[in-house]
Design a protein around this ligand. Structure first.
Ligand SMILES: C[S@@+](CC[C@H](N)C(=O)[O-])C[C@H]1O[C@@H](n2cnc3c(N)ncnc32)[C@H](O)[C@@H]1O
Length: 275
């Protein structure tokens, strides 16, 4: 507060209902009901991680077919609300029943394809920590299906480039001999993603998924790291585009949509809708 008793910074209002006039929407309730209130083609990025049907406190375990039948109307609504230039990022792990593994991305791929979406990347998010399996190899990755409706989707690589392994590398023959061979802004992060803690944290945390010691850990049993969403926000949206997470949990996607990026408040102008 200032000495005049006024807040130093304006905080944007958080609304419960969707309107293009709003900047942040946080709706507590069932996503399917809420999705019906969003006008068609208004969302630039859907970024979400649905319940995996693994018996967490917020879901009841179903057979794989019943689980998918329940998810289908949600997917249908997401396809309706996403802009023709927009993207759906769907992050999933495996569902395990009677020791049999059901890779959820394989099932969701069919669901998205049936609804007319085209897969652009199947991203492997690899991490070093998790439950130890005793009768099979321990699982250390999840997948993100990135799909779009049209060929005219937004995608910018420069804001999400990562440092090249050999940044000073040059061509050693041909017409470009001795000129830099890589992009000075860094390299494409590829479709295998691994987020490591800051250099200074490396000794203490090398825990890219949000487990016990992670600085972002809350009471939620399966958050994804804000950084995972941030990369999607930077590559696939512009300021003032809507970002939607139908299964927002503790709001990691909302935070990524609002976070100051590169020293600028650019992301605060992007809009996020959450339920
Ligand atoms: C896998 S978690 C997603 C966590 C989230 N990505 C985060 O970082 O916090 C799935 C979330 O969906 C919520 N959920 C389950 N069924 C829902 C429904 N029908 N409508 C809205 N949210 C639901 C659960 O409460 C849980 O928080």
């Amino acid at each position: 507060m200032t000495s005049a008793g006024l807040p130093l910074f304006q905080t944007p209002g958080i609304h419960d209902t969707f309107s293009h006039e709003h900047r942040i929407v946080l709706h507590c309730g069932d996503c399917q009901t809420f999705l019906r209130t969003i006008p068609s083609a208004s969302i630039m990025l859907v970024m979400s991680s649905p319940p995996y049907n693994i018996g967490k406190e917020y879901e009841c375990r179903l057979g794989i077919k019943s689980y998918l039948r329940r998810q289908e109307p949600v997917v249908e609504e997401l396809v309706r609300v996403v802009s023709p230039r927009g993207s759906i990022y769907w992050e999933v792990g495996n569902f395990v029943q009677d020791a049999e593994v059901f890779p959820l991305d394989v099932f969701y791929y069919d669901l998205f394809k049936e609804k007319g979406l085209k897969l652009r990347n199947r991203i492997i998010w690899q991490f070093g920590h998790g439950l130890h399996a005793s009768k099979r190899f321990s699982g250390r990755y999840e997948t993100i299906l990135w799909s779009t409706e049209s060929e005219e989707y937004k995608f910018r690589i420069d804001p999400v480039r990562v440092p090249a392994k050999y940044p000073g590398k040059r061509h050693f023959k041909g017409p470009d001999r001795s000129k830099p061979s890589g992009n000075p802004l860094g390299k494409n992060p590829s479709d295998i993603w691994q987020f490591v803690a800051e250099e200074w944290q490396r000794e203490v945390w090398d825990i890219p998924n949000v487990k016990a010691n992670h600085p972002e850990k809350t009471i939620h049993p399966c958050q994804f790291p804000v950084e995972l969403v941030e990369r999607c926000v930077l590559a696939l949206t512009d300021e003032n585009d809507w970002i939607l997470d139908p299964y927002c949990g503790v709001g990691s996607a909302l935070i990524a949509g609002l976070k100051p990026i590169g020293g600028l408040q650019a992301a605060t102008k992007r809009r996020s809708t959450q339920i």
